[in-house]
Design a protein around this ligand. Structure first.
Ligand code: GLC
Ligand code: CA
Length: 538
């Protein structure tokens, strides 16, 4: 199979299907809703859609707890709807990327149900079981959602491992039969003509629970090489691993083409910059733009020629970027454009999360009863017990809670923002100004900045293949870098603040052409609030 690496100059778009477009008015987005919106996505210019899980699931963790990998969840539609989406998307040169959740299943998956019959059942060993110690859990491993990672099954007098909720038992990747079953399932999807997989928490599959190792276990890369050979290595598809524990060195192991593992990974170093060191994401700290620039620059430099970056601000687990590091009040669109311009000239594959292209913002709550997300609710329960105040916990949830990105897509300024004519599963934000129709009607909207950035990535090979170099500006809030391929040079400069900033280059650039700006095409030694531009220079 010839590998074209088509994903190197494509821009991807993540859809959270539950919140994208509802067509049968049950308040839940569905597959026909995505098919209906393909023209919009094609107009934006994206070439691949990563769908968060749409498989059968009891939805303890909104689909990341799968009870049947080869069945579409009834709330999303049918396998026929899926086939139709793949085919219709293909007609528009858009590929469908499936979310592959194989670190764990739902406890309602038939494998786990069979496993509960006991050690004689062949499916028992599909999961990770241990005996307790003196009537206590086997060890101190914790779930990512808080509390012990072990749950007790009295009938078996054994504990099973779950690094997420107790309805998400971890699969046992030591078991070759289990691995073959997963590979068969992956081949079922590949044969349908999908464009690839996003691999959920994939850095956990090499875990050694007895050694208290969860991320980056010793067999992780061996397992991925085996998976590659048995499945996607035989197709011209993309694979992107979710790897919270990746450093640049580790990301090279995953994404060095010679090693035949994955196309790229999502790394989260920049995402961790606004939490207190050593604490959880809920323990807030202000972002230092210089630190952000240092982290991005490190990843740009260290993966150059040795791997491939993914570039993202948002996903379904993160707050909206404009509310987080931009300004969701008077500079909403300007700061959104600055963030987009800063990211989209880097090397790697950019991912846009639904609603990011129209500048959707966080959805603050005033009571925990308004929250759906299991992670936020678990934190609230734990921290309430530990004596935190309601205000403190809600401040954290409003800043970092996963629901912020999960409120429905805002298509127009009508009822429920055009998402549904029923009652949406999660309330819709204020769409009087922020909606797709308004964005499309205004040639200067954030939407057209994204559209232009996607076009530029198709045209300018320097963005794909050029070197990366930090440019000094003599001001920590003015971030700049240069991309260069042969004699072709692109300079990117952004004001990462809401104040006017002065700055100074060591050597003044000679302008060849303006590629994009969110103000006027004019170069002075001052930048307006959130001003950002990219130039071709001599
Ligand atoms: C990933 C998903 C997240 C989910 C978790 C468990 O981090 O992005 O939404 O809760 O894995 O599957
Ligand atoms: Ca629906």
């Amino acid at each position: 199979m010839k590998k074209t690496n088509w994903w190197k100059n494509a821009v991807f778009y993540q859809i959270y299907p539950r919140s994208f477009q509802d067509t049968n008015n049950d308040g839940i987005g569905d597959l026909p809703g995505i098919t209906q919106r393909l023209d919009y996505l094609a107009f934006l210019g994206v070439e691949a859609l990563w769908l968060s899980p749409v498989y059968a699931s009891p939805n303890d963790d909104n689909g990341y707890d799968i009870s049947d990998y080869q069945k579409i969840g009834s709330e999303y539609g049918s396998m026929q709807d899926m086939d139709e989406l793949i085919a219709k998307a293909q007609e528009k040169n858009i590929k469908i990327i499936m979310d592959l959740v194989v670190n764990h299943t739902s406890d309602e998956h038939p494998w786990f149900q069979a496993a509960l019959a006991g050690p004689e059942n062949p499916y028992h060993d599909f999961y990770v079981w241990r005996k307790g110690i003196d009537g206590q859990v086997p060890n101190e491993l914790l779930s990512n959602f808080g509390g012990s990672a072990w749950s007790y099954v009295p009938a078996l007098d054994e504990y099973y491992l779950h690094l997420h909720s107790k309805k998400q038992p971890d699969l046992n990747w030591e078991n070759p039969k289990m691995r073959q079953a997963i590979y068969q399932m992956m081949n079922f999807w590949l044969a349908k003509g999908i464009g690839g997989f996003r691999l959920d928490v994939i850095d956990l599959i090499g875990k050694e629970p007895d050694q208290l190792i969860t991320k980056n276990g010793p067999k992780l890369h061996e397992l991925l090489q085996e998976m590659n050979q048995a499945t996607f290595g035989n197709y011209d598809v993309v694979t992107v691993g979710e790897t919270w524990g990746a450093t640049p060195e580790i990301a090279q192991l995953y994404s060095d083409e010679q090693r035949e593992e994955l196309s790229m990974v999502f790394q989260f170093e920049h995402i961790n910059l606004d939490k207190q060191a050593g604490q959880r994401k809920w323990d807030l700290k202000a972002l230092e733009p210089q630190e952000l620039h240092a982290v991005f620059s490190k990843w740009q430099t260290e993966l150059a020629g040795k791997g491939w970056n993914s570039l993202f601000w948002n996903n379904h687990d993160l707050p909206r970027i404009i509310s987080r590091w931009g300004n969701d009040q008077e500079y909403r669109e300007l700061s959104g454009k600055m963030l987009a311009i800063y990211l989209h000239f880097m090397q790697g594959t950019p991912y846009i999360y639904q609603g990011e292209e129209i500048g959707m913002i966080n959805y603050p709550v005033t009571d925990i009863a308004e929250v759906d997300d299991i992670e936020s609710r678990r934190m609230y329960a734990e921290r309430s017990a530990a004596g935190y105040s309601k205000e403190e916990m809600l401040t954290s949830i409003n800043a970092k809670g996963r629901d912020n990105a999960r409120h429905p897509m805002q298509w127009n300024d009508g009822p429920n923002a055009g998402f549904s004519q029923g009652t949406p599963w999660l309330p819709v934000g204020d769409s009087s100004e922020i909606n797709v129709d308004a964005a499309l009607a205004d040639k200067h909207s954030l939407f057209y900045t994204y559209k232009r950035l996607i076009e530029l990535r198709k045209k300018e090979t320097t963005i794909i293949d050029g070197d990366y170099q930090v440019i000094e500006t003599n001001n920590p809030l003015v971030l700049a870098y240069q991309r260069q391929l042969g004699s072709d040079k692109i300079l990117v400069v952004v004001n990462f603040s809401k104040e006017v900033q002065s700055y100074q280059f060591i050597e003044n650039p000679q302008i060849k052409a303006w590629l994009i700006t969110n103000y006027q095409e004019q170069l002075t030694n001052q930048l307006q609030p959130y001003e950002a531009f990219a130039l071709k220079i001599l």
